[in-house]
Design a protein around this ligand. Structure first.
Ligand SMILES: [Zn+2]
Length: 366
């Protein structure tokens, strides 16, 4: 199987036109990290890593997206490590032990928004007690365990979230900038175990990442005459890291924010888009034993204009809906996965080879 470590070779073997596009976005380098063990450490290294010789010369690939200044480091040794075989029983017990929490009885255990509660078939909305922003709601799942979800339930959660966005905008017409997020379990910073998603609806400007991506997209169209997101997908597809489901484009970013990042872009928040999200989560859950994750969905504004630039051209036209998922590691692990490299070097260290994830996604998307 092709590996992310082969990316410089894969890129240099591309067709001229594809290679030019690749080089427009990415800078890639391959280096070897070397070390020498004292003989006293060899036994330990063999036991821990299989063969100490693999550690003496470690191939490392660095990828930089030059257009947005986001990079990632992939180490051959880390990416060769086997996937954890099963969930820790203690963490499953911990999820069950919190059953009977206030979210299990949302009508009496959670506040509602001033525009009321929206009920889905498998969920209900609630107003967040301590808000990120003025409009901050929750989708409280009927099921307690957030890792037990079906495609039908996910469709219902998102339908209900979109209805909440609509209702919030109707009551507060200046609130037009939606963002949907799901922090699943404590590694992903969820303070409540019970399954829930969140929605925020900003006023006046969009959240920073959406504003930034829109600027990048408009600059890209001016400089190159193309569509940033379509071209980014095209590159990933040409190196074997993309697939399509209806009008949804799914890819494994070579400069991801964190481990196993899957990006899904679509022009519409339709059934196929949710199906692509479901299949991605399901693949990570079943094939990679993902237990804790962040999902974020950036959407264009409800009215595609800035409030403070009323006569400006419709500058959000063509902005896609962008969903991103990252795995936050095993629930039993005590060390965090966001450290100095992620926080201040904007260069996350990635554990899993994106090609391994794409191989499983392709099987599951059939
Ligand atoms: Zn519960």
């Amino acid at each position: 199987m092709v590996s992310i470590i082969d990316l410089p070779k894969t890129a240099s073997g591309m067709k001229k036109e594809d290679k030019e596009l690749f080089d427009r976005f990415f800078k890639v380098r391959l280096n070897t990290g070397e070390l020498a063990f004292p003989k006293e450490m060899i036994g330990w290294a063999d036991k821990t890593f299989g063969n100490h010789k693999d550690l003496e010369k470690q191939k490392i690939v660095y990828v930089l997206n030059k257009l947005i200044y986001e990079g990632a480091l992939f180490n051959e040794i880390r990416s060769k490590r086997p996937v954890a075989a099963k969930s820790n029983e203690d963490t499953i017990a911990q999820i069950h032990s919190s059953e009977g929490d206030p979210f299990c009885k949302p009508l009496t255990g959670t506040p509602k928004d001033t525009f009321g509660r929206i009920k889905g078939r498998y969920c209900t909305t609630a107003s967040n007690v301590a808000k990120y922003d003025a409009l901050h709601g929750l989708i409280v799942f009927s099921k307690h365990n957030p890792l037990e979800f079906t495609e039908k339930e996910l469709q219902d959660y998102f339908d209900t979230a979109l209805k909440w966005v609509e209702a919030g905008n109707k009551k507060y017409p200046n609130a037009k900038y939606p963002f949907i997020l799901w922090n699943c379990l404590w590694r992903a910073a969820a303070s409540i175990i019970h399954g829930h998603m969140q929605m925020v609806l900003g006023e006046e400007t969009h959240y920073a990442e959406a504003e930034y991506y829109n600027k990048i997209r408009l600059d890209y169209a001016k400089d190159y005459g193309g569509n940033y997101w379509d071209d980014l997908y095209k590159i990933h597809n040409s190196i074997g890291l993309g697939l399509e489901l209806g009008k949804s484009k799914v890819f494994l970013n070579v400069a991801p924010r964190k481990d196993k990042e899957i990006t899904i872009i679509s022009d519409a928040f339709d059934k196929n888009f949710v199906k692509a999200i479901y299949s991605s989560l399901d693949t990570l859950r079943k094939e990679f034993h993902m237990e804790s994750f962040n999902l974020g969905i950036i959407m264009p504004p409800i009215e595609k204009k800035h409030l403070f630039k009323k006569n400006a051209p419709n500058e959000w036209t063509g902005f896609p809906i962008i969903a991103r998922i990252v795995d936050r590691g095993a629930l039993s692990s005590k060390s965090g996965d966001i450290a100095g490299m992620e926080m201040f070097a904007r260069t996350p260290v990635i554990e899993t080879d994106p090609y391994k994830v794409m191989e499983k996604l392709k099987e599951n998307f059939k």
